[in-house]
Design a protein around this ligand. Structure first.
Ligand code: PLP
Length: 386
């Protein structure tokens, strides 16, 4: 059995800590070195040890790419300078006249990239309800080349049945891209449900400590991987070696962290569902959540993100986010510390006036891994201000 096959047999946490990260053969260093060199010596022209120039490939980046690809159960992995750089690399597969179908509550930055950067270059897009697969099959635009699917979505936590969408898309020859940022490969591996490409903002749970911006692509298809790797090098949106090290360090504890994120989210959901100021709690574990069935089918647990609307509307939402003390009012998500934000005026402001606009009574929580009792008490006192 080769090294690759042996490691694919390992459990998630073992791969997170060891895959791509064997002790350095020259020094025995147990921690993957941060290789800052931009260029690599050649014994003769074209005769090198696998690295020539750090935009094309770097040993610290290769360690990260090997590890996260393995966590996604993918043959290929590519790291980028940000999640949006990774997304941009995928969108470069399209040509003018091609259409992307985008879930109608996708992350605002994804919407902005498609609608404001790629649409002026001739790529068409439509925002659609990917949970309504009957309508998707019946109203499929013939110029569609790609379906862009987030599950759970940011910020409404809609869950889409990856397998059902992939079956329709593949019948029409379209690629299925799944943004797995919210779920992480610990909870969900989209390639096993038929996705063609998995996208991550590594800035979130993969890094996990709010100290690095990064992106990732994982996929199985060799030819598609060649095309994406070509653009990774040709367009050059690659991460610095130090950033690769930080993501790799974060990934080692991904499983442990996500287990705790999920447990803490449940404690918070219990409070929110019983609080009179709260109108609606959006969490895929709740049986009345529209995405519950899809989440239960394809996720191992329900994640650390919780959104809710306030009965008192915009003013109540702004009061709550102003009064938390353990939850920090800030954008981003997926790190050890708990964050709270108002999507309508913060992360999703760029979607205002579009089909992806979010309700202004909505608050989003990224539930961290602090003591659950402190998180519950903090939200309770903030809700008492409403
Ligand atoms: N995808 C999702 C679901 C996100 O939440 C984000 C950022 O918030 C991105 C992609 C973009 O990633 P980045 O901020 O690393 O460019």
């Amino acid at each position: 059995m080769g090294e690759h096959e042996q490691q694919q047999g390992w459990g998630f946490e073992t791969r997170a800590i060891h895959t791509g990260q064997a002790p350095d053969p020259t020094s025995g260093a147990v921690v993957t070195p941060i290789t800052l060199s931009t260029t690599f010596a050649q014994d003769g022209v074209g005769n090198h040890k696998g690295f020539e120039y750090s935009r094309s490939g770097n040993p610290t980046r290769t360690a990260l790419e090997t590890c996260v690809a393995s966590l996604e159960g993918a043959r290929h992995g590519m790291a980028f300078a940000s999640g949006l750089a990774a997304e941009d690399n995928v969108l470069r597969l399209l040509s003018p006249g091609d259409r992307v179908l985008l879930g109608n509550d996708a992350y605002g930055g994804t919407f902005r990239l498609i609608a404001k950067v790629w649409a002026p270059l001739g790529v068409s897009w439509s925002a659609v309800d990917l949970t309504d697969t009957d309508a998707l099959a019946a109203e499929w635009p013939s110029d569609t080349r790609m379906v862009w699917l987030e599950t759970p979505t940011n910020p409404l936590l809609t869950c889409v049945d990856i397998e059902a969408v992939a079956a329709i898309a593949h019948a029409h020859g379209a690629l299925v891209v799944v943004d797995n940022t919210f779920a992480t490969p610990f909870l969900q591996t989209p390639l096993t449900f038929g996705a063609d490409v998995v996208v991550h903002s590594a800035t979130k749970y993969l890094g996990g400590h709010s100290d690095v911006v990064g992106g990732f692509l994982a996929l199985d298809d060799d030819e598609l991987a060649d095309r994406l790797r070509f653009t990774q090098n040709a367009a050059g949106a690659v991460p610095a070696p130090f950033d690769c090290y930080l993501v790799l360090r974060g990934v080692k504890t991904l499983g442990l962290r996500v287990e705790r994120h999920c447990a803490n989210a449940r404690a918070v959901v219990d409070l929110l569902t019983s609080h009179p100021a709260v109108e609606r709690v959006l969490y895929p574990q709740l049986p009345d959540h529209p995405g519950h069935a899809a989440a239960a089918k394809q996720m191992r647990d329900f994640g650390g993100m919780v959104s809710f609307t306030l009965a008192g509307g915009l003013q109540a939402a702004l009061e709550v986010v102003r009064h938390t003390e353990v939850f920090t009012l800030a954008e981003s998500l997926g790190a050890v510390e708990s964050l709270i934000e108002h999507p309508g005026q913060m992360t999703h402001a760029s979607a205002a006036g579009s089909p992806l606009q979010v309700p202004d009574s909505l608050v989003r929580l990224s539930v961290g891994i602090e003591s659950a009792s402190d998180l519950v008490a903090d939200l309770e006192q903030a809700l008492d201000h409403v």
